[in-house]
Design a binder for this molecule. Structure first.
Ligand SMILES: [Fe+2]
Ligand SMILES: [Fe+2]
Length: 273
């Protein structure tokens, strides 16, 4: 089984970059499942109906999220009727105010089954439930024999590293998201777990993590608020191709980073924020 995973796809520039690159990637790698992290899909802030539909029409099968999951209220309605969208499983879930959405899904395609788990870190982030214990609990519930991919959405490289080792040999892949900068540490951990600390951004590569650098520098230098804007120059995509063997073990991971896509002849227009 082959998976194609994109981490943070940032705003319209990110959706456009993916729309340009995806046909070639599909033709070259023929993945069975295409997965992406959608937390920044709608103008950098969450997911809305339009951006969700666009990704599905492009050929994505499953979308994960992260700390920006609640930024757009339309996600609540998507969660109600579409199991292809996940949120981090370890958000607090008190019985009187249950957390909308789901943190794990099992998907079928071409006679193949894949389980996807979405987790979020706690280091330099909100104080949610323990992602390590959440992972252990979910593995008990996951259907036996179905390969598992975990999107560990976290800020600290150490926390993502730790999750890789915590799940080594127990899941097919642990892929990191949230940093928006790709790391070059892809490898197969002992026991057959494909791992990368962060898959990286799809969007403008001439940016500060997807945002126009001018406003970010102004904010950092003045300590005053300036409105953030998605950068539009030098579109690129970051993704990984993961091969899983018949025993549900990750046995290969290839890191991909394509830049300068804006001038591609087959650029398809993508509307929305
Ligand atoms: Fe992000
Ligand atoms: Fe994030």
């Amino acid at each position: 089984m082959r998976l194609l995973f994109f981490a943070d796809i940032f705003g319209r520039p990110g959706r456009k970059a993916v729309a340009i690159a995806l046909p070639g990637l599909l033709a070259k790698y023929s993945p069975d499942f295409v997965i992406g992290n959608a937390e920044n899909l709608a103008g950098g802030r969450g997911v809305n109906f339009k951006s969700f539909r666009q990704m599905m029409e492009m050929g994505f099968h499953i979308l994960t999220t992260g700390n920006h999951v609640w930024d757009n209220r339309e996600i609540l309605q998507i969660f109600e009727k579409d199991e292809r969208l996940l949120r981090p499983a370890n958000f607090p879930n008190p019985p009187q105010w249950p957390c909308p959405g789901r943190g794990m899904g099992v998907y079928e395609r071409n006679g193949l089954s894949l389980c996807v788990i979405n987790l979020i870190g706690r280091v330099f982030m909100a104080d949610v439930d323990c992602p390590f214990q959440a992972a252990d609990q979910l593995l008990l519930k996951a259907p036996a024999g179905v390969p598992i991919l975990v999107d560990m959405h976290a800020d600290a490289t150490s926390e993502k590293n730790a999750m890789g080792w915590h799940l080594a040999g127990r899941v097919a892949a642990v892929v990191g998201s949230h940093s928006h900068v790709q790391t070059a540490d892809e490898r197969i951990l002992p026991g057959g777990t494909a791992y990368i600390t962060d898959v990286g951004l799809s969007g403008s590569f001439d940016s500060v993590i997807g945002l126009s650098h001018r406003e970010v520098i102004q904010r950092l230098m003045t300590k005053r608020p300036f409105p953030y804007e998605a950068a539009t120059q030098n579109l690129g995509v970051s993704c990984v191709v993961i091969d899983i063997d018949s025993h549900g073990k990750g046995h290969a991971i290839e890191r991909i980073r394509l830049s300068g896509l804006e001038s591609a002849a087959n650029a398809s227009e993508v509307d929305g924020e």
